[in-house]
Design a protein around this ligand. Structure first.
Ligand SMILES: Cc1cc2nc3c(=O)[nH]c(=O)nc-3n(C[C@H](O)[C@H](O)[C@H](O)COP(=O)(O)OP(=O)(O)OC[C@H]3O[C@@H](n4cnc5c(N)ncnc54)[C@H](O)[C@@H]3O)c2cc1C
Length: 392
């Protein structure tokens, strides 16, 4: 049986088959066949999730060959893009049309389907996550039928789909709301940990795109701001922290060191206090941890499983070297995050049960009902999803 593993190597799985699809017709035939045989499927993007979203199914489906921009509507600034398009490819392709994504994560290795499936985001007080750009989906449902779901068709109920965890079907294409291409100027500097509480409040008020990494051993934070500017880019693009270029050139970074990651989002007003508790935890109990804590802003949106569902949010991430055991550290962090009403990032580590998830995500049951309507036989469920569902 083939071996599949995620980006960090921490998650491994031997599915009965690893399949590749290139067309919607192939995908529909494959899903119809799996449904008839009672086989479960999980679709994979770039495998950059730390959560067990892809493992634990009979077969894994790779749609990486379905890549590129399918069509652009200049008037509405929307585009249909193929599901397997990596974000590093999408940026330049959209730029040729004078367009850009409104948000993206701090790497660009994910596929557009994989990134939107988990609510991937960068930073921005008034900027919602990347899934917020999803206006339509073409997917093969659990019967093997091709469906086109559009936001305009079903108003509120559409919000079940943008953050879908790969559980609604095999997504073949996504319609994205884009914006005009824009230039970002990035600045970066360090501040001592003790001054962070004041800095966070000031920075959050005065800078839309603000984030920092706090390094526990040095008790210092590397603050980063990014502003939209009218000036032209400066090439070659400078090192991270001092660059001015188009958004798709400034937002992604290199993250070569393999790690695991836990991220929770808490209400924006609770962010500073929550961060300070995590900092105290590292200083008092986990002095060996060298990996930084990341702090970002995220505007609220309406997607039912968005970690910023109807609340302006701060996201706080903790990391550990993939070769080290992070369990005790992450468990202690999770307890703090949960005390602040935290919601987990779907692509990262958490130990929440179905009951916990239901408490964190008010539309959890509605989301399952919408999912079941598309895939009543659970073709697109794996062990993890079946488990959290059974726990409700
Ligand atoms: C180094 C690193 C940096 C990261 N930085 C950020 C960040 O800055 N911000 C952030 O929010 N997250 C970040 N993440 C998390 C990452 O963005 C998410 O886990 C994202 O979902 C990964 O996308 P992927 O293409 O690798 O999808 P995968 O991890 O392969 O899959 C994710 C989900 O999408 C589903 N899926 C993928 N393609 C399809 C399809 N065609 N049809 C149906 N379902 C599909 C899968 O079944 C799965 O449920 C980072 C992860 C790493 C490893």
């Amino acid at each position: 049986m083939p071996l599949w593993n995620n980006w960090s190597g921490r998650l491994e799985h031997h599915p009965e088959a690893l399949r590749f699809v290139r067309t919607e017709e192939d995908a529909a035939a494959l899903v119809a066949g799996a449904s008839a045989r009672g086989v479960s499927l999980r679709v994979v993007g770039s495998g950059h999730s730390h959560a067990p979203l892809v493992i634990g199914a009979d077969e894994i489906i790779d749609v990486g060959a379905m890549a590129g921009v399918i069509s652009v509507d200049e008037a509405s600034k929307t585009a249909w893009v193929a599901a397997g398009t990596p974000i590093y490819m999408l940026g330049p392709l959209l730029h040729q049309q004078g367009l850009a994504l409104h948000n993206q994560g701090d790497i660009d290795r994910q596929t557009i389907a994989g990134a939107t499936a988990t609510g991937t985001h960068g930073t921005g007080r008034t900027i919602a996550n990347l899934s917020h750009a999803v206006k339509g989906l073409r997917l093969i449902d659990g019967h093997g039928e091709l469906r086109e779901l559009r936001q305009s068709d079903a108003a509120e109920s559409f919000y079940a789909y943008p953050v879908h965890l790969g559980a609604m079907g095999l997504v073949t294409a996504i319609e994205l709301q884009l914006r005009d291409a824009f230039v970002l100027e990035e600045r970066s500097w360090t501040v001592p940990g003790d001054s962070l509480v004041d800095s966070i409040s000031e920075m959050t008020e005065n800078h839309d795109r603000f984030e920092f990494f706090w390094y526990p051993k040095a008790d210092q934070a590397q603050i980063k701001t990014m502003h939209e500017v009218a000036e032209r880019p400066t090439y070659p693009v400078a090192e991270e922290g001092a660059r001015r270029a188009y958004s798709f050139e400034v937002l992604p970074n290199h993250r070569p060191h393999k790690h695991t990651e836990m991220e929770f989002s808490v209400p924006m007003s609770e962010g500073p206090a929550c961060f300070m508790e995590i900092r105290a935890l590292l200083q008092n109990t986990f002095q060996d941890v060298a990996w930084p804590v990341e702090y970002r802003l995220l505007a609220q949106d309406h997607a039912w499983l968005s970690n910023a569902y109807q609340r302006d949010t701060v996201t706080i991430s903790v990391h550990q070297d993939v070769r080290l055991d992070e369990c005790e550290y992450y468990r202690a962090c999770e307890a703090i995050f949960r005390a602040y009403g935290g919601r987990p990032h779907w692509g990262k580590v958490n130990e929440l049960t179905g009951q916990d998830l239901e408490a964190a995500y008010p539309r959890w049951r509605d989301w399952w009902a919408a999912r079941d309507a598309l895939d009543p036989n659970g073709v697109f469920l794996n062990d993890y999803l079946r488990q959290v569902r059974a726990q409700v």
